[in-house]
Design a protein around this ligand. Structure first.
Ligand code: F6P
Length: 197
């Protein structure tokens, strides 16, 4: 029985300041999650389940740092296609700053979050398209752990849970939580493991 493990990166310095995008390091809490992740993965294994996982991260520092305490012998692969939704000119800004500088864009995103494309950046719809090769690779792989970003995980999660992709921008994918998805004949089983850090 194959499963897919999903996790956001540990809390980053930008998460602490409420800034979006960027390529920040982990915060101290985020580092604590990275240290806890190997144990959390072990906890997620069913009885008798013990095998290596292949770890996929984005190319951004916060996902690589989150995966770095996982067993050395597990293969790790970095995918550009797993980088966070590109927020273009709004990269590294807080939502309050965006509202102040680009009030019309802020409103437009609120009206249609799935289709709204940041100036010089991406929409959720764009992300769903760029994730196609990832989804195809996932469909033919076994036991992958993906450490990536909020918007990306929402789209991957929606795909496997057979949720309408247009709902993905509002799905709740919290920090410091490991999700194990096991596709079965009748649907996908979901187990959630909280790190408590
Ligand atoms: O705040 C963290 C973050 O991953 C940002 O980098 C990203 O722009 C945002 O979440 C995506 O969430 P939303 O689409 O709800 O703004």
């Amino acid at each position: 029985q194959r499963s897919i493990w999903l996790s956001r990166h540990g809390e980053s310095e930008w998460n602490v300041y409420g800034k979006i995008g960027g390529d920040a390091d982990l915060s101290p809490r985020g580092e604590a999650y990275a240290l806890k992740l190997p144990e959390l993965v072990k906890q997620s294994f069913g009885p008798g389940e013990d095998h290596p996982l292949t770890v996929w991260t984005s190319t951004l520092k916060r996902t690589i740092a989150t995966a770095r305490h996982l067993p050395q012998e597990w293969n790790q692969l970095q995918w550009k296609a797993l980088d966070e939704l590109d927020s273009g000119v709004c990269d590294n800004m807080t939502y309050a700053e965006i509202k102040e500088l680009y009030p019309e864009d802020f409103e437009a995103r609120d009206q249609d979050k799935y289709n709204y494309r940041y100036r010089g950046g991406e929409s959720y719809r764009d992300v769903v398209i760029r994730l196609e090769p990832i989804i195809m690779e996932l469909e033919r792989s076994e036991n992958i752990l993906i450490v990536t970003h909020q918007a990306i995980l929402r789209c991957i999660y929606a795909y496997f849970m057979k949720e309408d992709q247009e709902k993905s921008p509002w799905l709740n994918v919290p920090l410091h939580t490991l999700i194990k998805l096991t596709p079965r004949a009748y649907g996908t089983d979901k187990e959630v493991f909280k790190a408590g850090v």
